[in-house]
Design a protein around this ligand. Structure first.
Ligand SMILES: Cc1cc2nc3c(=O)[nH]c(=O)nc-3n(C[C@H](O)[C@H](O)[C@H](O)COP(=O)(O)OP(=O)(O)OC[C@H]3O[C@@H](n4cnc5c(N)ncnc54)[C@H](O)[C@@H]3O)c2cc1C
Length: 366
């Protein structure tokens, strides 16, 4: 493809082309537009993107090791501040703050919790231990439980739809596929793509699929397929998310969401036969009483996971017109708003990214 300088009309001259309107592309587009940058967001409209499939949990303490990420209070605050601001702007609620009850699975976990609880940062987010039968709904909690604060869940399809409408109203959202093979450098730090000129280049925000392109395949991607179900049950929720191995979110009116699975070999976004029943059994297993669960929806997607668990942000070391925002892994609601700000600081002001989020971290740390 050959473009001649000066052939692109001013309306088709932008600062950044953003590939993908999942959480990464959505948060980054907001940030750049609010800083006065001209952007074009192009999304291929695959309904099974990770962001549309995800449960939307915002949980500060996760995993078997009950770990807190560095800077958790600030990360949580940034996410919640953005959600609150967007809710006000759109006049719609998509974030439901909700305590997360971690139900003990083993004596080992109880000991680990006690160890963590001794630390100030952890104690600020965890309750003391609760004896069995402390919950309003009849949970299988023979070993007791504790409560994690500052969490909740986000209705991600609603958030993405509201933001897509906002972008569309500005005429900066298109349906299409951005492929690195279909763009040319403009020789001044930008690119030409499909008749557009993006003077500061392209930002790949296309989830795990960025790792399928040669320009990004050298990064340590570890994409993980995940599946979740929504069930109608006879059991109303009691305003708490339950977490033991997996999790169950009360959506209201007897509806529960339950997940999720982890699969690293068969990477696709198709619901797997049999997984629905596995997740239904998991949901039922949370409770001491039968709940008459009926699956109403079963979804699958691929988490953009990476080695080291922190997202990848930054600019390609060889091609300065190519940037990346991916690797949000299983925690897009937690990392996304902060990383979008940090990446925008880098792209707009040249402010260096913290090493843990910099896609060059493995080479820079040597
Ligand atoms: C089962 C499951 C449960 C999860 N639960 C949670 C949870 O509870 N809490 C949480 O925070 N996170 C959760 N996650 C993870 C969360 O979904 C991700 O961290 C986050 O959504 C990733 O966002 P993204 O924008 O990087 O990628 P994606 O959501 O994959 O978005 C990429 C977008 O780019 C588009 N696209 C792809 N290629 C192109 C191209 N070439 N050109 C144009 N567009 C393109 C895609 O269609 C998509 O719209 C879960 C994920 C799964 C699968």
């Amino acid at each position: 493809m050959v473009f001649l300088g000066g052939m692109v009309s001013p309306e088709k001259t932008i600062d950044f082309l953003i590939a993908g309107q999942g959480l990464a592309g959505t948060f980054l587009a907001r940030d750049l537009l609010e800083r006065g940058k001209r952007v074009l967001v192009v999304d291929d409209a695959q309904r099974a993107s990770s962001s549309r499939v995800a449960a939307g949990l915002l949980n500060p303490i996760t995993g078997m090791r009950l770990r807190l990420a560095e800077g958790t209070p600030e990360l949580l605050q940034n996410s919640k501040a953005l959600f609150a601001r967007l809710e006000r702007e759109h006049g719609k609620r998509f974030f439901t703050p909700m305590p997360i009850r971690r139900v003990y699975d083993s004596a080992k976990e109880i000991a680990l919790k006690a160890q963590r609880y001794a630390g100030e940062e952890y104690a600020a987010l965890m309750s003391e231990d609760c004896p069995p039968d402390s919950t309003a709904v009849p949970v299988n909690d023979a070993l007791g439980s504790f409560v994690i604060g500052e969490g909740g869940w986000v209705d991600l399809p609603l958030l993405l739809d509201l933001e897509a409408d906002w972008l569309r109203r500005r005429g900066v959202l298109l349906e299409g596929v951005v492929h690195p093979g279909k763009m040319d450098p403009d020789g001044r730090g930008g690119i030409f793509w499909e008749g557009w000129q993006a003077r500061q280049g392209v930002v790949f925000c296309n989830g795990y699929k960025a790792g399928l392109y040669q320009c990004w395949d050298w990064l340590p991607w570890q994409p993980a397929k995940g599946e979740i179900i929504d069930c109608q049950t006879s059991l109303p929720g009691a305003g708490e998310i339950l977490n033991r191995g997996g999790w169950a979110i009360p959506l209201g009116g007897g509806r529960w969401r339950c997940g999720s699975t982890w699969e690293w070999k068969l990477i696709n976004s198709r619901p797997t036969p049999g997984v629905e029943a596995e997740l239904q059994a998991r949901l039922e297993g949370f409770f001491k009483v039968p709940i008459a669960a009926k699956v109403v929806e079963h979804r699958a997607g691929v988490r953009p996971c990476v080695r080291g668990s922190h997202p990848f942000c930054g600019t390609h070391p060889k091609f300065p017109w190519m940037h990346l925002f991916s690797g949000l892994g299983p925690k897009g609601t937690f990392w996304g708003p902060t990383c979008a700000q940090l990446l925008a600081d880098w792209l707009c002001e040249g402010k260096p990214l913290p090493l843990r989020f910099d896609l060059r971290r493995e080479t820079l740390a040597r």
